[in-house]
Each structure stands twice: as C-alpha cells, then as structure tokens.
Design a protein around this ligand. Structure first.
Ligand code: ATP
Ligand code: MG
Length: 642
C-alpha cells in the first residue's frame, strides 16, 4: 500500500559544538532543558501552566487545556489577561521603563528611537483615539503599513483596546487588500501616505482608496493615514483622518482592556506559497504564553541584547518575533523600513554595525541573496557584536547555513534554524543555543511540543525515512480556527491524518531525533516510485559553486511517471569554470547524482535570472510547475513582482 513516505538522500556529516560561554550563560541550560523535557513528557499541561505563571494575568485560569471539542482547543480558559499588559504596561514599572524598545531606521537613513515609556505613551494616545472613533472589543482594525514605528504602535494599541488586528503586507495589491477587507470587515484601516522601498516612493494610500472604491460604508468607517513619505493624498471627508491630528490631543494614559484568554488577538493570512492565503485566528492567552517562552529559550535574550529580525511585521514572524515576543521579553528591537540591499548589498551589515546588533534572525532567501554578493560586503563592517543567528521560512540547506555561520557568525555564533508556521504561532522545532548544530537541520522539537514524522496512516516513519510532519498534542500558541471557516480549519489540518495536526511539510528525523525538512508535501516528486523532497535536490544544486538558488519541480515522464526539472540561478563567474551552458548542465546533473544517488535523474535544467518568490520571499514552485505543465497556477496574489 502507498505509504506516502519520502526517500531521504541528503547526507550531511558536519557538526558544530556550542561555545562554552554560550552554554554557561544560556537561558535554557542543560539542567533546565532536562527538567523541562521530563516535566513536559510527564504532564505537558502542568509544563505549560508553569510557563503561563511566568506572565502577568488579571485573573487566573480555571483550566489549563480544554480539549472537550477537538480540534477546537482552548487554553487557560477563564483566565483574564491582555498581551499588551505583558509587552508594555508591566515594563513601565520596572527598570525597562527608560530602556529602548524600538530603534527604527528608514530606508533613506533617518532614525527614530522609542524607550518603553515613550512607546507606552504613544500606544495610549492611539488607543484613546481609536476608542474615540467608537472602536470596541472585538471590532477589526486592518493595518496596511510598511515597517514603521506607527506599525508597532498600532498593533499594540489595537490589542490594548481588545480589537482584532489584521496586518496586510504593504506590498499586496488593491485587489488582495479588498479581499481581506471583505473577509474581515474592519471598522478602521490604518495606512500611510507612502513609504520608501528600493529607492522609490510607494504610494500606499492610493491602494487603499482603490480597494475601498464602491465598498459600502458600514465597513472602514475611518481610514487613518500616517505621514511618512510626504506623498500628496486625496483625503476623503469625513472618512480619512491624519494620524498625527488624531492623536495630538489625546492623553498618554489609557486603560488596558481585560480580555478572556480565548478572545481573539489577530487574524493573519499565510504567505500563499502553496495556494490561496488562509486567514488564521490567534488569541491572547495561549499565544502570549507560547511566544514568550519560546522566544526566551531560542533567542536566549539577555537585558543587553539588540535584536534585529528582517521579517516584515505583516508576516507571522513579524508578529511573534519582531513585535510581540521581543517586547514581552523587554528586548530592544531594531526595525528597518526598506529593502535589505538598498543602496547596496551591505545595508544589513551597516545596520548591524551602527547599532551593535547582537541577534540577527532572517531567511534563507536573503542569506542566498547576500551570499551571491560575496563576503567582501560583510567584511567591510564590524559584525563582532553579533552573538546569535537565526533562520526561518524555508529549508536553509547546508551550504547557505555554513556560509552564514562562517562569514557572519565568525564560525562561533549559534545559528538556529527554526521551523514553525503561521498556524503554530510559535517556534516548534529548533535547536537551542546550547545544542550541537548540524548544518541544514532544524534540530529537535522544543519542550512541550510533540512534533513527529509519520506515513500516510499516521504511523511513525522511523529513523531516516522522510514522511509527513505532524503535531501530536495541542500547544498554547496554536491557531484556533480559520476566520469564519471552522469546517475548512478541520479539513485542512485535522482530517488528513486522524488524530494529529497535519502541517503540510515533509521531513526526516535522523538517529539523534534531528529534523531535516524536505519541503512541502504538495511539492514532493515521484520519480520511478521514489518520492523525493524538492529541498534535498535544491540543497544539492546549491552546494555547487556555480549555483546560488534552485527550484525543483516534477514534470510528467512517460517512463518514470515523473522527472525532475530544475530552475537554476547561476553564480557570478560560472563561465570562468565552464565553456558553455551545456557543459554546466552536464556538470550539475553529474553533481546531483553524486550527492543524492543514481536514481535522481534530472530531465532538464533551465537557467533563470531569478526565481518567482512570494511576497514573503519563498520560492513559488507551483508557478514554475504551471508554466511547465500548462496546469492552472492557482491564486497568484502572493507573487512578488520583481
Ligand atoms: P501557505 O500556507 O499559504 O502556502 P506558507 O506555508 O509559506 O504559506 P507560513 O506560515 O508563513 O506560510 O510559512 C510556514 C511554512 O514555511 C512551513 O510550513 C514550511 O513549509 C516553511 N518553513 C518555515 N520555517 C522553515 C524551516 N526552518 N525549515 C523548513 N521549512 C520552513
Ligand atoms: Mg502553510
């Protein structure tokens, strides 16, 4: 019978041991980890209850986990809290009051800094203004903003007054924005006149006008416009309001709404790598507990840290680990508005050096892009303040891992590949700073979460067999449902394999229990009966020095059922090593066979100047597949126009 298992071909033998000082000083040291794992195994409810007790609550919960109506789990039912109380209000009473919360750098070079107290006052002002506009608990606020201090302020103010926020990435079109408006019916939209991206001014407000054109008036009663780029905008009376006018007279004190643990905090659409973006709903209580704990363990934050994450606040990484997690931990966050390569390939390194960034969390796509420009750019800057690196979003692959670790992390900083999703809300599989690191592996599941690899029927795949990634037990930061679509939530995640959460990814676990992600279940190739994860073939290709990025898809083959077709972005200077494209193609085919074994036959290799990506920077394989096979590509609203 078809098991759905995936072959595993990639073998990576290198290991990196943590520095003694990192081990000594880690928030989650060996002893704590042992204790956490033991408790989590014995009683994971008690384990998470202890984590919840590390936060401030207005009233304690009656029950840690209510699992009476699966898959609609509830955490900390009866508890009263507000994430913003933990992210902001409580810091005002401690030494964090005058600590920097946010350092913002605009693409054009300007800088704004906010202490926790200043941020608190701004959030209170906006909270009062929103209340003045009639926003009540449960009303939706749609935030269509680039990374600006006002983005953070609006996110916190919305949560503070109990509104449900939806961020829409500022690169989305009027049509995508309108779809989200129609789905969540926001009372208020917060946007900006414009912003800077790659040296250009993007006119943002006009996109909102277009999206709202003809929209009935019970939705988006007000559009609040932040002044950022000095773009002329048509202000529609009385709908449109200037952010600065709105808050000018407001008091810098405002009460924080008392929320039930299960009250919604935000609604967020996924990045759309596999299909139409799905709107996932997250709540205050469980989410704040899960994000807070995992941020402290993995990013290992200390009071002196300066933290930079390159994700846009509009993605889940931006929610959990640019804004909410770091602020709950009292960290100083560096927020950058613009393009990471503007005006040239060392912008990120200049930012690290300018502020003395200690923790850098980014994506494989950006790492590959930076690799392409070579190590001369990082070498121009003092990166010695960095002490911890992270990656998220796609399988990173061993070679980009090693490059990042060596040239940015001085072969010293722990590089943590974190696997998680919009749906999980928090890190699920990740090494800790004290872990032994294997390049290309995301390490093991964190304490309190039970992630496994199984076949189509839910049986464990066993060591070194690839299979479906599932989660066996509920976890506090899990999404509660799809917006207005309980049935869709059940079908997409809980009915594919009985009794477990189906993540939609494939991976293998090695003999040490380390996870090696192989790509999306939808993208698995079937070559002559062998199921192969695209990420392994892509990693093999990227290990070749003439390749910077690769995408692999299955195309129909009359003999083998399917064959691999590869799309490759070449490295600068490839033609010094090869006389012709044909010669390079032959070399790459032989290289992949050598790395992965003889049956990975590659039908064709096509060279591209760039690969199609989602707006969040992930390779959009289904578009390549559609172009190749003539099939419908599906929803392309997430495609980044490059
Ligand atoms: P959609 O669900 O709409 O296709 P998406 O899955 O890209 O979009 P996200 O929730 O932002 O939306 O991304 C989560 C996915 O990203 C994971 O399911 C996985 O495929 C991939 N991913 C994230 N981190 C890692 C990682 N460290 N290693 C491998 N894959 C990762
Ligand atoms: Mg997904």
């Amino acid at each position: 019978m078809e098991t759905g298992l995936v072959d595993s071909l990639l073998r990576e033998e290198r290991v990196f041991r943590p520095q003694p000082q990192v081990v000594r000083e880690a928030n989650m040291g060996q002893a704590e980890l042992k204790a956490a794992q033991t408790l989590a195994r014995q009683d994971y409810r008690l384990f998470w209850e202890e984590r919840a007790a590390e936060m401030d609550w207005f009233a304690k919960w009656d029950q840690v986990l209510d699992d009476s109506n699966p898959p609609f789990y509830k955490w900390f039912s009866g508890g009263k809290c507000n994430l913003v109380h933990n992210a902001l209000d409580r810091h005002i009473l401690t030494v964090n009051k005058n600590k920097l919360a946010v350092i913002w750098e605009g693409e054009s070079g300007e800088c704004r800094k906010y202490t926790y107290y200043e941020l608190y006052r701004e959030v209170c002002r906006l909270a009062n203004a929103l209340r003045g506009l009639g926003v009540q608990k449960g009303d939706r606020i749609l935030i269509y903003l680039p990374p600006l201090p006002e983005t953070v302020i609006t996110m916190l103010a919305a949560a503070k007054i109990g509104a449900v926020q939806t961020l829409v990435f500022a690169g989305y079109s009027a049509r995508s924005l309108r779809e989200r408006i129609e789905s969540c019916r926001p009372k208020i939209i917060v946007t900006a006149d414009g912003f800077y991206r790659n040296g250009r001014v993007i006119n943002l407000k006009s996109v909102v006008d277009e999206a709202l054109f003809g929209e009935d008036a019970d939705c988006a009663e007000s559009v609040i416009v932040v002044h950022r780029a000095g773009v002329e905008t048509d202000m529609v009376e009385p709908r449109d309001l200037r952010y600065e006018d709105l808050i000018r007279q407001e008091s810098p004190q405002a009460p924080t709404e008392v929320m039930d643990a299960e009250d919604p905090l935000f609604l967020l659409y996924t990045s759309g790598a596999t299909g139409k973006p799905k709107g996932l709903l997250h709540t205050h209580g469980g989410y704040m507990v899960g994000v807070h704990a995992t941020y402290r363990w993995v990013m290992d934050v200390k009071p002196t840290d300066l933290y930079l994450c390159t994700a846009d606040p509009g993605w889940i990484t931006g929610h959990s680990y640019v804004v909410f997690g770091p602020l709950m931990a009292g960290t100083t966050v560096v927020l950058y508005e613009g393009h990471p390569l503007y005006p040239q390939a060392d912008r990120l390194w200049a930012i690290v050096a300018r502020y003395g960034v200690t923790i850098l969390y980014t994506t494989p796509t950006l790492i590959r892009m930076l690799m392409r420009y070579g190590s001369q750019y990082p070498r121009k800057h003092d990166l010695s303040t960095l002490r911890l690196l992270g990656s998220v979003g796609e399988p990173i692959g061993p070679e980009p891992w090693v490059w990042f670790h060596k040239y940015i992390g001085r072969s010293e900083c722990p590089l943590l590949d974190t696997w998680w999703q919009t749906e999980t809300g928090m890190f699920m599989v990740s090494p800790l700073p004290i872990s032994l690191l294997k390049p290309g592996s995301a390490g093991r599941p964190l304490p309190g979460v039970e992630v496994d690899v199984v076949d189509r029927h839910g049986n464990p795949a066993g060591h070194d067999k690839g299979g479906f990634v599932v989660i066996r037990k509920p976890w506090p930061a899990m999404a509660r449902t799809l917006w207005n679509d309980d049935q869709g939530y059940r079908q997409a995640y809980w009915e594919k394999i009985p009794g477990v959460y189906f993540a939609g990814d494939v991976a293998r676990k090695d003999e040490d229990g380390y996870f090696w992600f192989q790509g999306r279940a939808d993208d698995v190739l079937n070559i002559g009966g062998h199921r192969i994860g695209p990420a392994e073939v892509e990693a093999a290709l990227t290990a070749h020095k003439s390749v910077v990025e690769a995408a692999v898809i299955g195309v129909p083959d009359s003999i083998k059922g399917e064959a691999a077709k590869c799309f490759v972005v070449r490295a600068e200077g490839w033609n010094k090593d090869y006389d012709s494209e044909d010669e390079l193609i032959m070399a790459l085919k032989a290289h992949v066979k050598r790395e992965l074994g003889p049956f990975v036959s590659i039908r064709a290799i096509a060279f591209r100047e760039q690969l199609p990506h989602t707006k969040s920077g992930k390779i959009l394989r289904r578009l390549l597949k559609a172009e190749e096979t003539g099939a419908a590509p599906g929803d392309l609203s997430s495609l980044e126009e490059e």
